[in-house]
Design a protein around this ligand. Structure first.
Ligand code: C5P
Length: 223
C-alpha cells in the first residue's frame, strides 16, 4: 500500500498574498488542484491524505475535485513537520509506504513519484533530489570562507518516501520543531540510510509570487 501525504496547511507568509499560495491560480486552476492531480494520476499511489487548515479544507471541498482514489483530509499543525505527523496519524499500517509531498510543488511528475516510491520499497527511505548548478560558498563575518564541492551536494525535493513505521519512529525521537524542514532530516538523525533518486530541477516549490510565473511557463512540460 502506497499513500501520498500532501501537506498544504501553511499560511504562505513569504508569498505575502491574502489568498494562500496553494489556492492561487496557476494556468487557470488552483495550484493545489495541479499537485493533487499528479498523485491522482500516478498508478503507484493507492490513497491520498491531504493536510489542510480549516479554511483550506473549505476551499478544497468547494472545488469539488473528483478523485479515482480514497482521499482523507486532516487538519494541519503549527509547523510543516507537525502537519506531516498529523497526516501520518491517518495511516494505520506501519508497513505502508508514505510519500510526503509539499502541496506547493505542482510541477512534480508522475515518474518522479513512482521512482521515489520504488526506491523506498527497496530501502525503507528515499528522497527525490536535484543537482546543484551554482557554485556554493560558505560565508562568515562578511567574507567568503570556502567553496563546497557541488558534485557532493543535492537539493532535497519532494516527494520523500518512507516506510510509515520508520518515519513514525523518527518523529517520535526528534519531534516536529521548525528546524525539521524535511522528513529525511529526522530519518538521517535516527541513523537510517536514506537513498536518493535524481529528479528534475523543474520541481520547484512555489514560495514567492514570481514562482507562479515560472511555474506557468513550465507546467506544460510536465508529464
Ligand atoms: O513553508 P514551506 O514552504 O517549507 O512549506 C512547505 C509545504 O508545507 C507547503 O505546501 C505548506 O503548505 C506546508 N505546510 C503545512 N503546515 C505548516 C507549514 C507548512 O502543511 N504548518
Amino acid at each position: 500500500m502506497n499513500i501520498a501525504i500532501i501537506v498544504a496547511a501553511g499560511s504562505g507568509l513569504r508569498f505575502g498574498a491574502e489568498l494562500p499560495k496553494q489556492f492561487r491560480s496557476l494556468a487557470g486552476r488552483p495550484l493545489l488542484a495541479h499537485t493533487f492531480e499528479r498523485f491522482d494520476l500516478c498508478p503507484s499511489i493507492d490513497e491520498i491524505v491531504l493536510v489542510l487548515s480549516d479554511d483550506g479544507r473549505r476551499r478544497f471541498e468547494s472545488l469539488a475535485i473528483s478523485s479515482s482514489k480514497p482521499v482523507t483530509i486532516v487538519e494541519g499543525g503549527p509547523t510543516r513537520a507537525a502537519s506531516v505527523m498529523n497526516g501520518l496519524a491517518a495511516v494505520a499500517d506501519d508497513d505502508a509506504i508514505v510519500a510526503i509531498h509539499d502541496g506547493a510543488r505542482p510541477l512534480v511528475s508522475v515518474s518522479e513519484i513512482t521512482n521515489v516510491i520504488d526506491k523506498a520499497q527497496e530501502t525503507g527511505a528515499a528522497c527525490l533530489t536535484a543537482e546543484i548548478t551554482d557554485t556554493i560558498k560558505t560565508v562568515s563575518g562578511g567574507e567568503i570562507t570556502g567553496t563546497l564541492d557541488r558534485q557532493r551536494l543535492r537539493r532535497a525535493l519532494t516527494p520523500q518516501a518512507f516506510r510509515a513505521g520508520l518515519l513514525r519512529r523518527a518523529f517520535a525521537e526528534y519531534g516536529t520543531g521548525d528546524e525539521v524542514t524535511d522528513e529525511c532530516f529526522v530519518v538521517e538523525r535516527l541513523g537510517h540510510p536514506v537513498a536518493f533518486v535524481e529528479g528534475s530541477s523543474r520541481n520547484i516549490k512555489v514560495t514567492r509570487p514570481e514562482d507562479i510565473v515560472i511555474a506557468e511557463a513550465l507546467i506544460g512540460f510536465i508529464e
